[in-house]
Design a protein. Structure first.
Length: 150
């Protein structure tokens, strides 16, 4: 099963890791304006987003950074049912991205890249399975008044 995946990332080593995980089913950019065009015209099974897109920590990209993309996604209600993983190591930036999506996107999680790559040690199918399991558990609990957000 191919998992059609979108990745917003500017670090070449991370991009290589994502390519190993998802292969040809991955679409990638490091540009917010290009990301918006891609998301307008494509559907995905899984989305990974970084915050800092300027080539280094806490550096803004030429056309913005991850917060600009998620603000657009929230405003346009783009890909609201798709699992989104914010993998930025910039905790304040990642927290702002989470906050921007909280009212419109129910399947958002923050898993920093170090944890994603080294501690979890999982591939694409395991990531999607974990998200689906969490969704099923939350759906089961929703009748008990427990929040349905990840």
């Amino acid at each position: 099963m191919l998992i059609h995946t979108f990745v917003l990332e500017d670090d070449p080593n991370r991009i290589e890791w994502f390519q190993k995980q998802f292969g040809e089913s991955m679409v990638h950019t490091d540009d917010v304006l290009e990301a918006i065009e891609i998301l307008k015209n494509s559907t995905f099974d899984l989305i990974f987003l970084d915050h800092d897109l300027g080539g280094g920590a806490y550096m803004r990209g030429e056309n913005g950074d991850g917060i600009d993309l998620v603000e657009w996604m929230a405003k346009e209600e783009s890909h609201v049912d798709v699992p989104i993983i914010i993998h930025s190591l910039n905790k304040p930036g990642a927290d702002n991205m989470m906050a921007a999506l909280k009212d419109t996107h129910s399947r958002v999680a923050r898993v920093d890249f170090v944890t994603l790559r080294y501690r979890l040690g999982v591939g694409a199918h395991q990531i999607l399975s974990a998200i689906e399991k969490t969704d099923a558990e939350m759906e089961k609990r929703s009748g008990d008044g427990i929040s349905d957000k990840i």
